[in-house]
Ligand binder design. Sequence first.
Ligand SMILES: Nc1nc2c(ncn2[C@@H]2O[C@H](COP(=O)(O)OP(=O)(O)O)[C@@H](O)[C@H]2O)c(=O)[nH]1
Ligand SMILES: [Mg+2]
Length: 304
Amino acid sequence: MAFEGLSNRLQEITRKLSGKARITESDLKDILREVKLALLEADVNYKIVKEFISTIQEKALGQDVLKSLTPGQQVVKIVRDELIELLGGTESKVNFTPNPPTIIMLVGLQGSGKTTTAGKLANLFRKQGKKPLLVACDVYRPAAIKQLQVVGNQLNIPVFSNEQSKDVVHIAKQAINVAISKLNDVIILDTAGRLQIDEELMQELKNVKASVKPHEILLVVDSMTGQEAVNVADTFHKEVGIDGIILTKLDGDTRGGAALSVKKITGRPIKFAATGEKLSDLEIFYPDRMARKNIRYGRYSICY
Ligand SMILES: Nc1nc2c(ncn2[C@@H]2O[C@H](COP(=O)(O)OP(=O)(O)O)[C@@H](O)[C@H]2O)c(=O)[nH]1
Ligand SMILES: [Mg+2]
């Protein structure tokens, strides 16, 4: 489960701290070293860890933690608040346009979970009273269209595809017309990915962006890929520009550090978290809950 290691380490640090009536400056140094190790072990990006630790140190000294009556609790609170901040502060909503259809474009590497997540998002939106349309924009592999159709069938949600065309911009535009005529108020574009970032893919995504003007471009990131996820997020954001992030596979044995890094690197919020292969395994991402969730409830957590 994601964050288990980090959670255990922070729990251990908290336990040690809670028994202390006073904390010296050298205690604080030790604590910060342990927090640093815990974050690095969780695979958080090194630069981010460094910045994180120095912020905590500044806050702890600034708030005169060492002189307080409950220094342990105060340090723990500072760490927790900073983690929440790192994860984005408060939850970020999808921007639905007042003039439907809202166009959402999913981008990301092959295998990151775009097609599965497209279905999950459609399912979630339908529960919120929307009428979604899924659109097959991964035109290079015939199996990709079929996969989205299977997902749509399972959910009983319509899928637009055009097997005669390889022109993704054209397909997206056709889909918008279909959505308007069938009163679908949200369109989810399932785009193609590559195993690695390549110029051709970026160009295609840029073309779709320029001509279709999606209201939201959401990057789907496989949290199991660790630091690579951070590079991918950085590149997609610089090249295409994204509005938010969806983290997938948080149910796997990821150490979770990527989750703690992508928001900081791109400056874009994590909007959803996918935690399984079922089409209901998608949640709105709440940074504060993420920072508090308990492992015992069988979810990812950074709990202490
Ligand atoms: N365990 C787990 N598997 C997932 C999750 N999301 C997607 N997958 C799996 O990851 C694989 C690739 O997903 P797919 O949607 O085809 O990725 P795409 O190439 O980006 O469209 C599939 O086997 C999915 O079942 C998730 O949140 N958890
Ligand atoms: Mg796909």
